[in-house]
Design a protein around this ligand. Sequence first.
Ligand SMILES: Cc1cc2nc3c(=O)[nH]c(=O)nc-3n(C[C@H](O)[C@H](O)[C@H](O)COP(=O)(O)OP(=O)(O)OC[C@H]3O[C@@H](n4cnc5c(N)ncnc54)[C@H](O)[C@@H]3O)c2cc1C
Length: 387
Amino acid sequence: MLDFVQLEGDLDQEERLIRDTAREFVEEHVKPDIGEHFQEGTFPTELIPKMGELGFYAPNLEGYGSPNVSETAYGLLMQELEAGDSGLRSMASVQGALVMYPIHAYGSEAQKEEWLPKLGQGEAVGCFGLTEPEHGSNPSAMETHAEADGDGYVLNGAKTWITNSPISDVAVVWARDRSADDTPVRGFLVETDRDGVTTNKITDKLSLRASITGEIGLNDVYVPEENVLPGVSGMKGPLSCLTQARYGIAWGAVGAARDAFEEARQYATDRDQFGGPIGRFQLQQDKLAEMATQITLAQLLAYRLAELKERGDMRPQHVSMSKRNNVRMARNQARIAREMLGGNGITTDYSPMRHMANLETVYTYEGTHDIHTLILGEDLTGLQAYQ
Ligand SMILES: Cc1cc2nc3c(=O)[nH]c(=O)nc-3n(C[C@H](O)[C@H](O)[C@H](O)COP(=O)(O)OP(=O)(O)OC[C@H]3O[C@@H](n4cnc5c(N)ncnc54)[C@H](O)[C@@H]3O)c2cc1C
């Protein structure tokens, strides 16, 4: 497995154990069927509780059943899951960073006790509803709103492109509270079996096919006051969750690229043309050398990000640079790996084209590549270029 600058040597025992557990899980339970799931457009839902048992959902949180592992261990976990498939890592990212994290950071004691243990175990599934049909890159323009009503709120609006919504028990829905003066964005825990909630599946995706994506329709949905996340108000709520999830993506993308690289490296020694393995041609060696270099640079950025996060010095802009760079790297390298596999490379028998297609989504969600460019541009110049 590519580890060109021997990063493994710096891992502690727990980090190795978590990485190896995830790697074995992917080898045994994911790789054999993932091509078929990708073709069928299905997610291996039977793995959801198994991933919970193995501690794959937000193990970097503390308490309520979460072991508070290091940020490097969490990153390695995301890397191994995405080496299996970006859809698998998306499942763990959404459940952990976008649902458990806001409940852990901003929830009431009762909300934490109710949801964190069962989400952590994979006994319940959650989703994160921020994007709307008319508001993707600019979620602060959201139209979904809540109005105070007796002891609770009535929600109306529509969310789209929501990972896992059709199989979720609970949705973290971000909506503007129209009953308050400055209509702040608030987080609401919406059980999906409430009257007025619909979660239609989005079909016909050509990317992230082994992941369930849907909408959330909210038509006069009543939620009691105790379903509001009390600890946060404003866009800081959803944006802080995205920082957590993007951290996992910066690591995960490296896993997808590494898996594509390993397939190409293997193929280069197995496949004979003109009387010998294609790996003896300088053209193919150039591709492998460049791939290995780009993956190694992205690994280094991810490891550094983990150090910054661990000591509390990670800024959202650090995450933007890492997500932006590492996903672009993975998207480019998966394409080159695909190319090295010739005709076989366009089938689901090999991973590179599946990774390549998945990475189109990863490049787009959690802030598009362009939006992270603007975040970095603003950080570097002090000037905003969004509008
Ligand atoms: C498979 C999948 C799963 C997803 N899961 C979730 C989820 O679980 N929860 C959730 O809330 N959302 C989810 N999303 C939504 C995702 O976050 C959005 O698609 C993303 O934020 C982009 O929004 P948009 O698609 O509306 O594109 P738009 O915002 O309409 O952007 C279109 C294009 O315009 C560019 N653009 C936009 N604004 C600017 C600007 N100011 N300057 C320059 N260029 C600009 C963009 O970079 C992009 O190229 C998911 C998306 C996909 C595809």
